[in-house]
Design a protein around this ligand. Sequence first.
Ligand SMILES: CC(C)(COP(=O)(O)OP(=O)(O)OC[C@H]1O[C@@H](n2cnc3c(N)ncnc32)[C@H](O)[C@@H]1OP(=O)(O)O)[C@@H](O)C(=O)NCCC(=O)NCCS
Length: 199
Amino acid sequence: MKMRASCSLLPQRMTVAADQVHVWHAPLDTSPSEVAGLKETFALDELSRAARFRHATDRQRFVACRGMLREILSWYTGESPGELEFCYGPHGKPLLKVADGAHPLRFNVSHSHGLAVFAIARDREVGIDIERFQTDFAWEEIAASFFSAEEVNILHSLPVQERYEAFLIAWTCKEACAKAGGRWPFPPFGTVGSFALAG
Ligand SMILES: CC(C)(COP(=O)(O)OP(=O)(O)OC[C@H]1O[C@@H](n2cnc3c(N)ncnc32)[C@H](O)[C@@H]1OP(=O)(O)O)[C@@H](O)C(=O)NCCC(=O)NCCS
């Protein structure tokens, strides 16, 4: 998705109803000019965070992700991307800042290897997670450490060739739930998608 190019195709304002979650996705490896344009909307703390990345690719992806987040949120709030102000929850979750109380628009972001996903909801917390499909790490040990005994048993009851995908679905659901601020553990199997709502 080319954010700036697609902007003109979108309605001037987007609305998310209380029973909806909007999910956007975008590649983060965009052109240097696109990245420079997105960076113009940044607050000082975001500029300083961008400057701390050692590797140019990581820096550009961070700028692309945060810049696209600002742009997407602006479609919903009606403010320009640069006018939006973020604050952070006790565990670092970014939230939209408003003068009094919590902003009704809630969002969450996940990024992995050059792809970002953005979840937008209203009046309740939302969490989203993506992970790259890669089997060359000790995912069974992670399952043994973080999943309940029942969940591990379910995993082992599956045909071997299906286990990794089941692990990944469960893991992203758990992460999404944790990022929403929901309860842990989150039922992994039979849950479709990798975003979660709380509240
Ligand atoms: C901080 C944390 C959310 C980052 O998760 P991650 O998988 O490394 O990264 P993701 O790409 O999914 O998410 C990163 C984005 O989440 C958002 N985020 C940061 N802190 C957050 C928090 N405490 N809660 C929700 N979202 C958060 C930010 O938008 C961040 O983007 P940014 O780095 O560009 O600012 C993660 O380390 C964490 O604490 N997860 C929940 C802990 C947990 O109990 N997990 C259980 C799984 S077994």
